[in-house]
Design a protein around this ligand. Structure first.
Ligand SMILES: O=C(O)C(=O)CO
Length: 321
């Protein structure tokens, strides 16, 4: 977001929070701008009733101890919450809200963008022009992959996964398959088939990661997983970088075990400028902007504020977890 755009989300959330201060609650909005250090956050969080969280700093035991006994609610302006110790919140009876669903379309659009950009070698194409290596002979030069007719595997078939499926159907995909804990009732009308993770890896031309990061999914895309994927496969990750064993992905891309990767998320974020990912022509990178549209971020800011106020007021949160 430009500064003006981010100001818009922040000013909306501040309007809501002005309402909550009218209700005489002490609320900490993180981050304030400029971005604080963890030590500064720890200093400021002490004694608050509620926390409005739109940063990736961990809300863990240390943070909660520092906040103290008054804390009644934590509201994160994100759908994912791997940075928040939800078990610890539960143990302490602190309410917790997040912002699912309002970002489904925006993240699905980024997933489609990464499928297309990686399949048609967007980054590498730009490099060919920049380095004057654009070849004018040969019909087989610079060929990519089709989405049309391909098998698309979606890992995690929640709201975002289903939104991606809907959009890719318009590209005439051959087969839609998905993996997860259990079959989803919504899959039937999308014509998506529930398969095991292993089968998804073996069959898919496009593998799209949309599941949450947790103990079970951490680095589930490791060397063994890449060995099972097709050499023409494209990996797209719009979920969390930690789901992928990044050194194993780098090796897979270098050795041509898979065709390419399109990543909106990586490890760490921000990615250091000397990361080997940046020197791979078959890797398309975005700086974690899945939900970063004005409309979506505004909807997330409002929902997070509504969650917070409901939690403070003791009314039902619109999006509790
Ligand atoms: O809301 C989230 O969890 C996101 O990562 C949006 O991109």
């Amino acid at each position: 977001m430009t500064k003006g755009e981010s100001d818009l989300s922040f000013s909306l959330c501040h309007q809501y929070l002005a309402f909550s201060s009218f209700l005489r609650y002490d609320v900490y909005v993180c981050p304030e701008l400029p971005y604080p250090t963890r030590e500064q956050i720890l200093d400021k969080i002490s004694g608050v009733d509620g926390v409005y969280w739109c940063c990736k700093e961990k809300v863990d035991k240390e943070m909660l101890d520092k906040a103290g006994q008054n804390l009644k609610v934590v509201s994160t302006m994100s759908a994912g919450f791997d940075h928040i110790d939800v078990q610890e919140l539960k143990k302490r009876g602190i309410k917790f809200g997040h912002t699912p669903n309002v970002l489904n379309s925006a993240v699905a659009e980024i997933a489609v963008l990464l499928c297309l950009a990686t399949a048609r070698r967007l980054h590498e194409g730009r490099l060919k022009i920049e380095t004057n290596t654009w070849e004018i002979s040969g019909p087989q030069w610079f060929m990519g992959q089709d989405i049309q007719g391909s098998t698309v595997g979606i890992v995690g078939f929640g709201g975002i996964g289903q939104a991606i499926a809907k959009r890719l159907i318009a590209f005439d995909v051959g087969q839609l398959i998905y993996s997860g804990h259990s079959p989803k009732p919504q899959a039937k009308e999308l014509g998506a088939e529930f398969v095991s993770f292993d089968e998804l890896l073996k069959r898919s031309d496009f593998v799209i990661i949309v599941c949450p990061l947790n103990e079970e999914t951490k680095e589930m895309f490791n060397e063994a997983a890449f060995n099972k994927m097709k050499p023409n496969a494209i990996l797209v990750n719009v979920a969390r970088g930690g789901i992928v064993d990044q050194p194993a992905l780098i090796e897979a891309l270098k050795q041509g075990k898979i065709f390419g990767a399109g990543l909106d998320v990586m490890t760490p974020e921000p990615l250091p400028t000397d990361s080997p990912l940046l020197s791979l022509p078959n890797c398309v990178l975005l700086p974690h902007v899945g939900s970063a549209t004005i409309k979506t971020r505004t909807a997330m800011a409002i929902l997070a504020a509504e969650n917070l106020i409901a939690g403070l007021e003791g009314t039902p949160m619109p999006a509790p977890f």
